[in-house]
Design a protein around this ligand. Structure first.
Ligand code: NDP
Length: 330
């Protein structure tokens, strides 16, 4: 038997609770199945949507949520992962259409796994989680577009959230000047400790604005979407790059093409869920080498499995700072 959170829906009645399941109940996997003894998971924005049923994230019922997991291989039919190997899982629809890692056991395809990079523990990997891995994918996108520390200020929106906190930490370590946009000005000291050189009120970006505004930012990492993303594009300098990875304000893009056709601004979409293996492996290798683990500890708080049920609504209401790691065995 193992402990898991389980989401169910019957006659439009949604329930989320801690249950005990048998290993035989784990879903079958055709391609290279691996059974994972999960050590740590996390509560990402998408997990919070699933745990609260606030958005139709879950595609099959009942569902074990948890889009991220890190732990030890307990059984493997995948040639690349032997018994006892430490691995990370992010995305691939796990926790949405396939049982996930807010549980002590998960059966996954070995093709979805990344080996835990040297220098990171399974807990640190989950402190990073999909949010941090997405922040890294965003930084890699800026680098691919030639954005360098000398280019000028980089705006990070949703700054006190998971993606934002890791993005600031990474960019600051790489030598970028980071401007953090937040609704929590009370967290200014925290954001500066992560490495932000300037902190601005997100209200300056979240309302409708002019199509072209004063050029300020060389690049942007945006986890907020909607008017914030539109204004961020409108304030991006000639030839700059905007990495769009989130929708905390909204999924809409109520803007104009002016920054793209008059200033050559590039808008790059970031997807972590189906990102190909090479991109994942590269992102995780860079996280292991470039992320300041002292700062990661500052970003992170730990909870037990059942507490994820309380944290989820608070996270969606913007009340959680940084990242939440779930010790599934606590
Ligand atoms: P968090 O909840 O940790 O952070 C989101 C932050 O956005 C909040 O802390 C808050 O920061 C800000 N925010 C919240 N509500 C609003 C609002 N109404 N208007 C403006 N800002 C707001 O979530 P994550 O960082 O984990 O994820 C952020 C986004 O990125 C989510 O939309 C998520 O779905 C998306 N995402 C996308 C991925 C991908 O593959 N593309 C992968 C991972 C996440 P503050 O108070 O500092 O302003």
């Amino acid at each position: 038997m193992f402990k898991a959170l389980q989401l169910s829906r019957k006659d439009d009645q949604f329930a989320a609770k801690l249950v005990e399941l048998e290993e035989a109940e784990l879903p079958l996997v055709q391609e290279n199945p691996v059974t994972l003894a999960v050590e740590f998971s996390t509560v990402n924005y998408k997990d919070a949507l699933a745990l609260t049923n606030r958005s139709p994230v879950v595609r099959k019922w009942p569902m074990v949520p948890g889009i991220d997991g890190a732990g030890t291989v307990a059984a493997s039919a995948h040639p690349g992962f032997v018994l006892g190997a430490k691995v990370i899982l992010n995305g691939w629809g796990v926790g949405e259409s396939h049982w996930g890692c807010l549980a002590q056991r998960a059966r996954l395809s070995g093709d979805w796994l990344v080996a835990l990079p040297q220098g990171l523990s399974t807990r640190q990997a989950m402190a990073i989680g999909t949010a941090g891995y997405t922040a890294m994918l965003s930084v890699l996108a800026l680098e691919r577009e030639g954005v360098s520390p000398g280019a000028g200020e980089v705006l990070v929106t949703g700054a006190s959230g998971g993606v934002g906190s890791v993005a600031i930490t990474l960019l600051a370590r790489l030598g970028f000047q980071v401007c953090a946009s937040t609704g929590k000005l009370g967290e200014t000291d925290y954001l500066k400790e992560l490495g932000a050189h300037a902190v601005i009120d997100r209200a300056t970006l979240s309302a409708p604005g002019r199509p072209l505004q004063k050029e300020r930012f060389a690049a942007v990492v945006d986890s907020v979407g909607s008017h914030t993303l539109v204004n961020a594009c409108a304030q991006t300098r000639y030839g700059g790059t905007v990495a769009a990875c989130g929708l905390a304000q909204g999924m809409d893009f109520p803007g104009s093409v002016a920054p793209f056709i008059l200033r050559g601004v590039k808008l790059i979409g970031i997807d972590s869920v189906m990102a190909p293996f090479e991109q994942r492996a590269r992102a995780w290798a860079r996280l292991a080498s470039d992320l300041d683990l002292g700062k990661l500890a500052l970003i992170t708080r730990g909870i037990a499995l059942e507490e994820a049920l309380e944290v989820a609504p608070a996270l969606l209401d913007g009340q959680i700072r940084g990242r939440v790691v779930v010790d599934v065995n606590a």
